[in-house]
Design a protein around this ligand. Sequence first.
Ligand code: COA
Length: 142
Amino acid sequence: MKKPSHPEPVASLPEVRYPREQIPSIRRVMMPRDTNAFGTIFGGVILSEIDLAAAVEAHRHHSGRLVTVALDGVVFRAPVHVGDLVSFFTETVRIGRTSIRVKIRVWAEGRFSSRSPVFVTEAEATMVAVDEQGAKVPIGPR
Ligand SMILES: CC(C)(COP(=O)(O)OP(=O)(O)OC[C@H]1O[C@@H](n2cnc3c(N)ncnc32)[C@H](O)[C@@H]1OP(=O)(O)O)[C@@H](O)C(=O)NCCC(=O)NCCS
């Protein structure tokens, strides 16, 4: 039987620098309603905001409907806490015929502490332009 290949451990992932000069597509303070059963922030909340941030970025290139076809590469490197200000920085990676690929990087900073922002995760989302019936359509100019 083929041995399963393990992903790279978090500790060996490359370092990422806080993009001070960039304006995030979304910024949000985490609230108690965003927590999991252990009191830290539920990963699904972050994933949902990643999806929204990708849509904000993709809509810079296409004003019609966009749906998410893929969300790749999410590895959570650090926990997020209630009261943290979480920033979702985005960058368009590729504009295809019907799709737009967006990189999203997530940083958290404690609003009531002086610690520097912590890199939480990154992802690549692919959004596809669709019509009212949900059929793919070419990416159009805004
Ligand atoms: C998005 C959707 C309309 C695409 O239809 P499709 O006929 O399967 O489309 P294709 O396979 O031709 O791919 C369309 C584009 O998406 C890209 N794409 C498709 N699958 C992909 C994947 N797994 N990863 C990255 N890109 C992908 C293709 O490369 C293509 O891009 P291009 O035209 O810019 O070259 C269809 O799959 C769909 O409706 N999916 C559900 C979307 C949704 O509801 N999302 C929310 C889930 S709750």
